[in-house]
Design a protein around this ligand. Sequence first.
Ligand SMILES: C[S@@+](CC[C@H](N)C(=O)[O-])C[C@H]1O[C@@H](n2cnc3c(N)ncnc32)[C@H](O)[C@@H]1O
Length: 398
Amino acid sequence: MIAVKVSARDQDSLRAANLLPVGTTPRKIESAPAEVTHPLAFGRYQSPLRYPGAKSGLTRVIGELLAAAQRSAQIKKIDLLVEAFAGGASTSLRLVGAGIVERTLLADADPMVAAFWQVAASRTQELIERIADEYTKYVAVGGDTALERWDYWRAWTAAPGIGRSTRDLEFATKCLFLNRTTFSGILHGQAGPIGGRAQTSEYGIGCRFNLNSLTKRLAYIGHLYDTGRIVDVWLSDWKSTLHGVASHYKTLLPDRVVAYLDPPYLSKSGKLYQRSFDVRAVEAGNDLDWVSARQHYDLAEYLREEMQYRWILSYDYNERLLTDGALYAAKAMRPTSSSRELKGVRSWRISKRIVTLNYSASSRTGRGPAQELLLTTLPPTTVPINERLQLCHMTEGV
Ligand SMILES: C[S@@+](CC[C@H](N)C(=O)[O-])C[C@H]1O[C@@H](n2cnc3c(N)ncnc32)[C@H](O)[C@@H]1O
């Protein structure tokens, strides 16, 4: 067992940081997690959520990076992958299932999404029963009965004073119900029910609600939590997550933990997520108004100057990310002297690669081939250059 002692001061800082784990404190890490024996470990689809913006096409490439890094003398073994913008968590689920990383920690700032993962992991059977009930009473009946239930969940909010346990189970049910019955799995915003109000199409509201398969996927999440492979699920903002991991799992620093960061799209993500990083478009054009990109700059600054462990970052390709010194133009991290001295932050090189995802892999855009930017502080000599992972020629910071 790798001991993680949470002092009273740490608990206060947890509350102050707005970091809500499954239990009252972050879960300890078992030194040898149990074996993953669930048949879905190598299955094609593992996440119960069909997540808008999911980069499932990148998972293989990220797995390749992590596997190569672990063949190096510098890294040897990654004990924990931290997915700080978890969403549908497809990357973590696949990499843990395939044994590429030992464990994962999931975190998201959307309370409904985080509650879904917390309940799916720690109260799996309850959620399986709840969702079977929703299916039998509403979705399978279809028509107005299903639409009314869709409206009910769309409008549902946690009443003041509701206990955490009830609220989280309701949130988790709402999340999964809406995700499986709403156009493109969008949980917030304007998207309507699959099949529209008329429900005349061959693909009605229940066409993505396969109870049998959802039950198996939920059971897989429970199995990963029981075996210690999903260490914990946090409702928290990315900064609290990154900082929280450094303070609660200190023994893994700096090389046995890697963060995977997949922030919301640069533009229009406000239509998809409750919490987004939207950058305004320049009036009447597709260009972005970078002055409004504060959250992207904050993330970049933290990753360049304060991050105490290695990271992999994925973005929709945009040249500005590679040319702006306040984003990722730098060849290496530049910790401030205080973060270097007080926290031991290193000046790791930032390797940069372009990944072209083919049409089927980039279903998140549905616009044909999509280019992704992958940046990482994994040891540069281990970051592959091949057909899939191409150098960014416009910068020397590779
Ligand atoms: C692009 S999606 C991640 C998709 C994920 N990689 C997948 O494969 O499903 C971005 C996620 O970031 C979350 N998010 C938005 N703002 C956040 C913040 N400040 N801190 C943490 N998560 C945030 C959103 O709720 C959303 O789930």
